[in-house]
Design a binder for this molecule. Structure first.
Ligand code: BEZ
Ligand code: FE
Length: 289
């Protein structure tokens, strides 16, 4: 096809993919081309704007490393991550809601026994977490693998601290026979997502703040159940209604209790303030097929 113009180009590109044998790939690529072309036509994209977009995406890729995922951050801040979660996890009323994965999970975190301390020496007031993992009918989920990660009291994940040579604020546990999981960490605080890259440029240009309300991340895997990726948020946080990545759900606001001092749930004597959190997770059964 020759002499393509702004009206005929979309059909020409779609036609070029006509032989694609993977129906899902064809569907996704076709929709992407149609929406991208409609977008360019709608905003009457200039060549300078096209070049700025390419430069932005190039810088986003260049900011990625084994410790930094700027593309996930971009997807999160544009609401695409939460939209994808919402599309894929329309759960039953009983099951715990999912939320964004975020860029700070690290596979292979230390495996700790129940009651272990995930902080690895991270700064923060002690937090004693007590949870259960159950199925929709209330059955305890024994031996579920529970990955936990959180930022320290200064709002940084371990992977954001270049000088750190060991994991902090992350661990993997297994629930006991009654589906229980308990561990020690640090009280989470609100923190800004990283703004020293292209995503920060985008947030400033669009007059958006980068803050996330305080939370602890959980990823729970067990045979026969859907994997649950979620957070538990701290009640009263000033950013619950304006999370930079749109991840807050009412049902995920946890019962954090602050104590001035006293005996912690693990029996230790705490002379300084500490906190406790109770939260029960409910897993959705794995979809058939
Ligand atoms: C996080 O909660 O770790 C996170 C999620 C999305 C973007 C940045 C951070
Ligand atoms: Fe986080």
């Amino acid at each position: 096809m020759r002499n393509i113009n702004e009206h005929t180009i979309t059909a020409a590109v779609l036609d070029r993919m006509a032989q694609c044998e993977d129906p899902r790939l064809k569907e996704i690529m076709s929709a992407l081309v149609r929406h991208m072309h409609d977008f360019a036509r709608e905003v009457k994209l200039t060549e300078a704007e096209w070049a700025a977009g390419i430069e932005f995406l190039t810088a986003t890729g260049q900011k990625c490393s084994d410790k930094r995922q700027e593309f996930i951050l971009l997807s999160d801040t544009l609401g695409l991550s939460m939209l994808t979660v919402a599309l894929n996890h329309a759960k039953s009323a009983q099951a715990t809601e999912a939320t964004v994965f975020g860029p700070f999970h690290v596979p292979g975190a230390p495996k700790l026994p129940l009651g272990g301390d995930i902080s690895g020496g991270a700064k923060g007031e002690p937090l004693f977490v007590n949870t259960t993992v159950r199925g929709r009918d209330g059955e305890p989920v024994a031996d579920a693998e529970v990955d936990v990660w959180e930022a320290d009291a200064e709002g940084f994940y371990d992977v954001q601290r270049a000088s750190l040579d060991h994991p902090q604020g992350r661990a993997v546990f297994r629930t006991d026979a009654e589906g229980r999981l308990w561990f020690r960490g640090v009280m989470p605080v609100a923190y800004p997502i990283p703004t020293d890259g292209p995503v920060g440029v985008m947030l400033r240009a669009t007059k958006r703040h980068p803050w996330r309300p305080a939370h602890v991340h959980f990823m729970i895997k067990a045979p026969g159940y859907e994997t649950l990726i979620t957070h538990v948020f701290r009640d009263g946080d000033e950013y619950l209604d304006s999370d930079a990545v749109f991840g807050v759900r009412n049902s995920l606001i946890g019962d954090f209790v602050s104590h001035r001092d006293g005996i912690a749930p693990d029996g230790s004597v705490q002379a300084k303030p500490f906190h406790t959190l109770k939260f029960d997770f409910v897993l959705e059964p794995e979809a058939a097929g």
